[in-house]
Ligand binder design. Structure first.
Ligand SMILES: Nc1ncnc2c1ncn2[C@@H]1O[C@H](COP(=O)(O)OP(=O)(O)OP(=O)(O)O)[C@@H](O)[C@H]1O
Ligand SMILES: [Mg+2]
Length: 250
């Protein structure tokens, strides 16, 4: 089953044509890695999938982005609900300046959950699923800003999980992390794919090769190729992909 189906998608920032005729399908309950040199449109693409680009003036999008068969730009789509189902984790951990508990409870509260027992349960479950519960269970009322960068990133993943999304978009989630925290986030992603569809931008080719099922290579606003990760890294079909993955440019 495809969670996303993208057809003939084009995106402009003003006059600048940032994504050119993108066609791709994303399979549910898998990890799809997006790779490519800086400025090729990876973040632009991933942000289109939950309409984060709506917040930027002068963006024009054409073509079709279907989430579970439904056009996400159709007028009947509730953008808040869409963003609840399609959560996002950014490159730099961005916890809110409040307690660890309140960071995770924030989303459920905005969706109307008031019961303390229910919030307690969601907070614990989300922190457990983000593999950080043991590290923070005795300091839930302390500020999230007192956590290390790697812990903050896992907290942000817990915050994203707390509203029960179906998809997690991750834009270079480990680029600010040390190797140990990176390994934890990678393990977590692999575990989460049993229940979630994960789309992850990464500059780290080993990371893409290690954890993703599918890899898409972007170059200058185009999707050059997408295939099974093993195949893309062992037998790229396009010269530009080969040059990139062997480090000849980018
Ligand atoms: N808000 C914006 N307004 C105008 N142009 C933008 C905006 N955001 C991105 N761009 C341009 O769109 C192109 C793609 O940028 P994008 O951030 O998607 O690249 P990227 O592949 O994520 O790069 P990186 O690996 O450096 O994060 C670039 O030329 C960039 O300058
Ligand atoms: Mg980017």
């Amino acid at each position: 089953m495809n969670v996303f189906s993208i057809e003939n998608m084009n995106l402009w920032y003003g006059e600048s044509h940032a994504l050119k005729d993108i066609n791709l399908d994303i399979e549910e309950k898998s990890i799809t890695a997006l790779i490519g040199p800086s400025g090729c449109g990876k973040s632009t693409f991933i942000k289109s999938l939950n309409r984060m680009n709506d917040l930027i003036p002068n963006v024009k999008i054409e073509g079709n982005i279907k989430y579970k068969g439904h056009d996400i730009y159709s007028p009947d789509v509730d953008v808040n609900e869409l963003r609840r189902e399609i959560g996002m984790v950014f490159q730099k951990p961005n916890p809110f300046p409040m307690s660890i508990y309140d960071n995770v409870a924030y989303g459920p509260r905005t969706h109307g959950i008031r019961s303390k027992a229910m919030l307690d349960e969601i907070v614990e479950k989300s922190l457990q699923n983000a593999a950080i519960w043991d590290e923070v269970k005795d300091r839930l009322k302390k500020s999230a800003l007192g956590l290390s960068g790697g812990q903050q990133q896992r907290l942000c993943i817990a915050r994203a999980l707390a509203v029960e999304p179906r998809v997690l978009l991750m834009d270079e989630p480990t680029s600010a992390l040390d190797p140990i925290s990176t390994a934890k986030v990678e393990e977590l992603a692999v575990e989460l794919k049993n229940n979630y569809s994960i789309i992850m931008v990464t500059h780290n080719m080993q990371q893409a090769a290690r954890i993703s099922d599918y890899t898409a290579f972007f170059f200058l606003g185009e999707l050059i190729e997408m295939s099974n990760t093993d195949l893309l890294f062992s037998k790229p079909s396009d010269k530009r992909t080969e040059d990139y993955i062997t480090g000849r440019f980018g």
